[in-house]
Design a binder for this molecule. Structure first.
Ligand code: SAM
Ligand code: SF4
Length: 315
């Protein structure tokens, strides 16, 4: 459906949990987090009912995220339930990949169409440093398992962090030489724990283009601009919410694990959907979508107005 600015809203991102087995420094505080209690988290039936209503309003793509979606018990059952919704054209997931080696096959069998795997460094020591607890080889095992299970067009999400991984840009681009992966560099957003980080941490994707002059623009894919080094099997996507805000073409809405619809990632507005059904659910969602804000006002010096951490919203 169209919002009041004429954007066609087709993409729903569902956070299935605020729990995570990692503690990435830009996403989660290190000293413990207040998590939702189990009864506050939507059941699979509630998620499916909201997704079903969203599809009837024009949503065609759903992405599962979190927290870490693969720590939610029974996640493959949820994939199966969502995949059964008529007129849903794509079901995908964003994951840190650490648990994928065991789960890739069953996720594929349950109908999951595509995966985005987050990976901010190719160095095992730096990986442990940024995730606080993670092991890089687990993620590579997950990427291989995804490929073996038949997942195509897998994307690797790299959050660009000045002074941390901006020296690895060429190594990430080199990954696309032989593998038909899309490596997607995302500008670090000042939200939650990292909103007080020094501005040097916030690197523009323009700096990346300068560092890799061989990249040739290919197409726009949603909020990403896709580039390729001529002759390479894979592509490099740039997602630039700060330097080149894409609000005018944003077609996304989000559902938090505790049942709140967020028309914009970077706005405080949340509409509680739990307990609604039938026409009341549809009308509430319709109103929320229609009122999606025009744009965010975030930049490296002005933090997001989300009022929540990324692990609570799902990114
Ligand atoms: N746990 C899963 C994962 O890491 O892929 C899914 C949830 S995570 C919140 C979704 C995405 O948001 C990840 O790619 C993560 O790197 C990204 N993210 C988290 N905090 C961010 C921030 N401050 N700026 C930009 N991206 C961020
Ligand atoms: Fe967990 Fe993903 Fe946040 Fe890292 S980015 S702490 S993996 S939710």
């Amino acid at each position: 459906m169209l919002d009041r600015y004429g954007r066609d809203i087709r993409y729903l991102r569902i956070s299935v949990t605020d729990r995570c087995n990692y503690r990435c420094r830009y996403c989660m505080p290190g000293d413990g987090v207040a998590l939702c209690s189990h009864q506050d988290i939507l059941s699979f039936e509630e998620i499916t009912a909201i997704a079903d209503a969203a599809v009837s309003l024009g949503i065609t793509k759903i992405r599962l995220t979190g927290g870490e979606p693969l720590v939610r018990r029974g996640i493959t059952d949820l994939c199966r339930m969502l995949k059964a919704i008529p007129n849903l054209s794509e079901l995908s997931m964003t994951t840190n990949g650490s648990l994928l080696s065991d789960k890739a096959k069953e996720l594929k069998a349950a109908g999951l169409d595509r995966l985005n795997i987050s990976l901010d460094t190719l160095d095992p020591g730096k990986f442990q440093q940024i995730t606080r607890v993670g092991t890089l080889s687990d993620v590579f095992a997950g990427i291989d398992a995804a490929e073996a299970a038949g997942f195509l067009r897998t994307k690797l999400n790299v959050v660009l962090i000045g002074g941390f991984n901006d020296d690895e840009i060429l190594d990430f681009v080199a990954l696309t030489e032989k593998r038909s992966l899309s490596v997607r560099f995302i500008e670090l957003m000042p939200i939650g724990v990292c909103q007080s980080w020094p501005k040097e941490r916030f690197v523009s994707t323009d700096a990346l283009l300068k560092a890799v002059p061989a990249l040739v623009p290919e197409r726009t894919d949603g909020v990403a601009t896709e580039y390729r080094v001529p002759g390479f099997a894979g592509t490099v996507g740039l997602i630039s919410p700060l330097s080149h805000a894409f609000c005018d073409r944003c077609n996304r809405i989000r559902l938090t694990a505790d049942g709140r619809l967020k028309p914009c990632l970077h706005a405080k507005d949340e509409i509680f959907l739990r307990g609604l059904s039938g026409d009341a659910l549809l009308e509430t969602m319709q109103k929320a979508i229609y009122c999606k804000p025009a744009a965010h006002r975030m930049d490296a010096l002005h933090p997001s107005s989300a009022g929540r951490n990324m692990f609570e919203i799902g990114g």
